[in-house]
Ligand binder design. Structure first.
Ligand SMILES: NC(=O)c1ccc[n+]([C@@H]2O[C@H](COP(=O)([O-])OP(=O)(O)OC[C@H]3O[C@@H](n4cnc5c(N)ncnc54)[C@H](OP(=O)(O)O)[C@@H]3O)[C@@H](O)[C@H]2O)c1
Length: 252
């Protein structure tokens, strides 16, 4: 199966790298971008570079340009009947409906698709059962896929689309403080990252986050003292809400 990607920026290149790591042959990945520098990088990975029209011949085409660039890409497309997967934040499925005969999907992925640990929310639009299966199977090679309704995608954008940046900032802050307390940065990074990964693993296995909190925080102990300072983690709540608002603005 040939896979096309229009837009080889941050998200598009993460998809390409994830697909390559998943064992998809470089010659089956076709990429188009405006920026010659990005195309050069794609060539260095062995993937094919082509104008938009060439990429549209692929069975599955990811649209990974900025939301405001989607219209421009759609202009002049005719006769496209394959699978189109838009990863553009905020751009509704109805924007793509004039592509008659195309099977349409919105997906909110994240940058961690690069290492096949992406968190992805899939929302099928006008698509047959076979196409849904194809897209599901393809995405599941890049990480974890959940299906959501279109109205929930902006919340996904805020939570897991932008999430890697928010969680990285939390990790960074924790590490900076530990370094101030005397830990070498490398050690602190390793310990903090492993802790974050472990918490994620526990939760994915079904453990309630509150249960993790309770199992660490003994009365009168160090964790309890720290948790009192942390409170409701308001800045993170505000960041998620702001990102959600921005996704809704992009939807126009
Ligand atoms: N970055 C993330 O973590 C993330 C996560 C989830 C979803 N997304 C979504 O992914 C999409 C891309 O985001 P990004 O962060 O990857 O943006 P980006 O780094 O700016 O990448 C977009 C790329 O598309 C190229 N492009 C623009 N118009 C084009 C056209 N007509 N044909 C071919 N290529 C074209 C751009 O080239 P120029 O630079 O020359 O304009 C740029 O290289 C957005 O819609 C975003 O909502 C991103």
């Amino acid at each position: 199966m040939k896979i096309g990607i229009i837009g080889a920026g941050r998200m598009g290149s993460a998809l390409v790298e994830g697909l390559l790591r998943a064992g998809i042959r470089a010659r089956d990945i076709w990429v188009s971008d405006k920026d010659e520098g990005k195309l050069e990088r794609m060539r260095s990975l062995g993937v094919r570079v082509a104008p938009k029209e060439g990429v549209l011949a692929c069975e599955v085409v990811f649209l990974a340009v900025k939301p405001k660039e989607v219209r421009e890409v759609l202009e002049g497309i005719s006769g496209f009947r394959n699978i189109l997967v838009s990863v553009a934040a905020g751009v509704p499925l109805k924007e793509f409906e004039r592509l008659e005969g195309a099977k349409l999907f919105r997906v909110m992925p994240n940058i961690l698709c690069r290492r096949r640990e992406g968190a992805m929310a899939l929302c099928p639009g006008r698509a047959d059962a076979r196409s849904v299966k194809v897209v599901r199977e393809l995405l599941s090679q890049l990480g974890r896929v959940v299906e959501v309704e279109e109205g929930q995608l902006d919340a996904v954008t805020a939570l897991s689309g932008s999430g890697p940046a928010f969680f990285a900032r939390l990790l960074e802050a924790a590490v900076e403080e530990a370094v101030r307390l005397g830990l070498p940065k490398e050690r602190a990074l390793e310990l903090a990252a492993q802790t974050m990964r472990g918490v994620g693993g526990e939760v994915l296995e079904g453990r309630d986050p509150e249960d993790i909190v309770e199992s660490v925080a003994s009365p009168g102990g160090t964790t309890e003292a720290g948790l009192r300072e942390l409170g409701e983690v308001k800045p993170l709540r505000k960041a998620i809400r702001k990102a959600w608002e921005r996704a809704r603005e992009l939807a126009g």
